[in-house]
Design a protein. Structure first.
Length: 236
């Protein structure tokens, strides 16, 4: 049996020109996580990351903490199966359509630039439209394609049933919620709702065996809470 630790990246640079990089808080979150895991310690036999910079940077910070503690750590393997969905592309497509249909107003779009609550409200509407699959763009990744991509990625890690070991996968909220969907047979809508609860630099554990994938622990942020710094507890 294998234990797969799905780790969400540290806080990205929300609102910046290059979103796909860790913010200063995100770097600190990753370092706190690395020091925590190295201090337990957990022995990872394999370490993977999606191809996104924020995912890779989080993995690198954790690996550096292990190295500083004198603990052997595997090389990082990049696997784009664990990339996040194209949130910006989905947002652009669906907000344009919703504006055309007048289910969204120009004033709504102005407010999302400065009001995080308004942004979250519109973002949730957009993502529910995407998973419904009624307005897919030919050639773009659909929700069902995304879930299948994650499924194939997890199956590639599970390997032979007799093989054991700990695997770390540095990924994002969407992929982690897709694994939750597979493990718990969640509906599409519930899986998307779960993704909004997954915090930066959190750890979610799954057991993988010949019987399937099973949830062992969800959204653990104990390592961040022990810092007693509320600025480290972030969703976005």
């Amino acid at each position: 049996m294998k234990i797969i630790y799905f780790i969400r990246h540290g806080q990205a640079s929300f609102g910046e020109k290059n979103y796909d990089q860790l913010s200063p808080a995100g770097i600190l979150q990753a370092r706190v996580l690395g020091n925590h895991l190295a201090g337990i310690p957990i022995t990872f036999h394999e370490i993977y990351s999606g191809a996104m910079k924020r995912q890779q940077h989080t993995a690198q910070e954790v690996r550096a903490a292990f190295a500083s503690a004198g603990i052997a750590v595997p090389d990082l393997t990049i696997n784009s199966a664990f990339d996040e969905y194209d949130a910006f592309g989905i947002w652009d497509h669906h907000t344009r359509r919703m504006l055309d249909e007048k289910s969204l107003t120009p004033e709504d779009m102005r407010q999302v630039r400065t009001d995080r609550r308004k942004f979250q409200n519109v973002f949730e509407r957009v993502m529910m439209e995407w998973i419904a699959g009624e307005h897919d763009v030919p050639g773009d990744e659909r929700w069902c394609d995304f879930v299948d991509r994650i499924r194939q990625g997890v199956l590639s890690l599970a390997g032979p049933s007799e093989a054991g070991g700990n695997i770390a996968v540095f990924s994002s909220g969407g992929p982690i919620s897709a694994v939750m969907k597979l493990a718990l047979s969640l509906t599409d809508a519930k899986a998307m709702e779960v993704s909004w609860q997954i915090m930066n630099a959190s750890v979610t554990r799954f057991y993988a065996s010949s019987r399937g994938i099973f949830l062992s622990g969800f959204n653990d942020i104990t390592h961040l809470m022990l810092q007693q710094d509320a600025s480290l507890l972030t969703f976005r």
